[in-house]
Design a protein around this ligand. Structure first.
Ligand SMILES: C[S@@+](CC[C@H](N)C(=O)[O-])C[C@H]1O[C@@H](n2cnc3c(N)ncnc32)[C@H](O)[C@@H]1O
Length: 250
């Protein structure tokens, strides 16, 4: 299921890698829909598969009654909004992530860094791929909070989507492929790709202490918190508490 725009470039790459049985595609812009409609009929790759193209807003489709029951059947949902994080979308991100197939992948792209604070401080709008602004990071947190990560195990990978524009790609998985089968995850891991490191300014005066969590090493409680998707203070408290033997400062 996806938002392929007029030329369905990503979808065609998927078909080349195959096997793709069917696709459910949405486009709300009439002009772009027309282009896609023509491509689906005339392009050999696109016309070779069973595809449904709906000229409508995917958010509206998802809000219609009963749709949430149909969504888990998709093994890949790729919502390439490249648009703002809205309350409605957060709610969809939450239900899609929770309802996705256990061997599925759900990916979503958002525009970040266009909040008033960024526009007021133009230097923050530039996404050089080394740094994300704090406002962008807050958006990441908002999206993650929309999914109840505490009650569910996910691997969430967050990375810049395109060079030079403030877009984020978030990928949710519920299991990892081991050989030919899928192994459920035992905890939530939030993997913020290296290019996003350094996004939190270090607090002065607080020395960084290495933390081990269930055998994984993190250079600080802040980094561990980002990776596993909880508050840094929670990591610090657990590392000091005997009730959490898996957490320790080294
Ligand atoms: C960023 S483009 C997708 C690009 C495409 N994935 C690619 O790799 O070439 C997003 C497309 O989705 C459409 N779109 C954005 N939000 C939508 C929504 N809520 N419902 C339907 N279409 C939407 C836009 O009109 C645009 O054509």
């Amino acid at each position: 299921m996806g938002l392929p725009a007029g030329r369905a470039l990503f979808e065609k790459q998927l078909i080349r890698r195959g096997p793709v049985k069917s696709m459910l595609l949405f486009e709300r812009d009439k002009g772009i829909f027309q282009e896609l409609h023509v491509a689906c009929r005339t392009d050999e790759e696109l016309s070779s598969i069973d595809r449904t193209v709906l000229p409508m807003d995917v958010d509206r489709w998802m809000t219609s009654a009963g749709r949430s029951m149909e969504l888990p059947c998709h093994d890949l949902t790729w919502l390439d909004y490249c648009g703002p994080v809205t309350t409605e979308r957060l709610s969809h991100v939450g239900s899609l992530a929770l309802g996705m197939r256990s061997d599925g992948i759900f990916a979503v792209t958002f525009m970040v860094g266009r909040e008033k604070v960024d526009v007021d401080q133009p230097s923050l709008v530039e996404l050089d791929t080394e740094m994300l602004s704090l406002a962008q990071l807050k958006r990441v947190r908002t999206v993650l909070n929309a999914v109840d990560l505490k009650e569910n195990n996910f691997k969430v990978t967050i990375q810049p989507y395109a060079d030079g524009v403030p877009m984020l790609l978030m990928i949710f998985k519920k299991s990892l492929k081991v050989g030919d089968s899928y192994q459920p995850l035992s905890r939530t891991v939030v993997d913020i790709r290296k290019t996003l490191k350094g996004i939190r300014p270090r607090r002065r005066g607080r020395p960084l202490k290495v933390v081990m969590i269930d055998g994984d090493r993190y250079s600080s409680a802040d980094e561990a918190a980002q990776q596993i998707g909880c508050a840094a203070q929670t990591v610090r408290n657990r590392a000091r508490s005997s009730s959490f033997p898996g957490y320790k400062y080294i």
